[in-house]
Design a protein around this ligand. Structure first.
Ligand SMILES: Cc1cc2nc3c(=O)[nH]c(=O)nc-3n(C[C@H](O)[C@H](O)[C@H](O)COP(=O)(O)O)c2cc1C
Length: 118
């Protein structure tokens, strides 16, 4: 399944590049999809969904089948808060939380999880 992602400082983009998977980058939030996708998002503020991601989700929610979070554990309870919120809002699985760019092991685990939901 295609992964749609947003990346402000490059961590999510690094994850996508290492997954080597069909993808679409959310830049403005105006993007639309017409096929089922998985969403990868960073977290902003303290546990907030980035604005462009919020807009994308609003427009495309019926196609989003799972969400992956990239965050930083130093934010404590707000770790990957954006992905947690979207998972709850859309009632879709939170596939994985990844710290920043993730380790090589994280990427391998994520590849396996994505294979399972293909
Ligand atoms: C202003 C700011 C606020 C952030 N807030 C959170 C947060 O609440 N929770 C979290 O897990 N990560 C938070 N992060 C960390 C980013 O979500 C994390 O580094 C992510 O990997 C960034 O992805 P990107 O490089 O693709 O933009 C924050 C980062 C910045 C710069």
């Amino acid at each position: 399944m295609k992964i749609v992602y947003a990346s402000r400082t490059g961590n999510c983009e690094s994850i996508i590049n290492r997954l080597g998977i069909d993808n679409l980058m959310i830049q403005t939030g105006e993007e639309t999809v017409k096929e089922d996708v998985i969403l990868l998002t960073y977290t902003d503020g303290y546990g907030l969904v980035p604005t462009e991601v919020e807009e994308f989700v609003e427009k495309n929610k019926k196609y989003i089948k799972g969400v992956i979070g990239s965050g930083d554990t130093s934010f404590g309870e707000a770790y990957c808060g954006a992905a947690v919120t979207i998972s709850e809002q859309l009632n879709i699985p939170l596939i994985m939380k990844i710290e920043n760019t993730g380790t090589d092991e994280d990427i391998e685990n994520l590849k396996k999880k994505l294979e399972e939901i293909k």
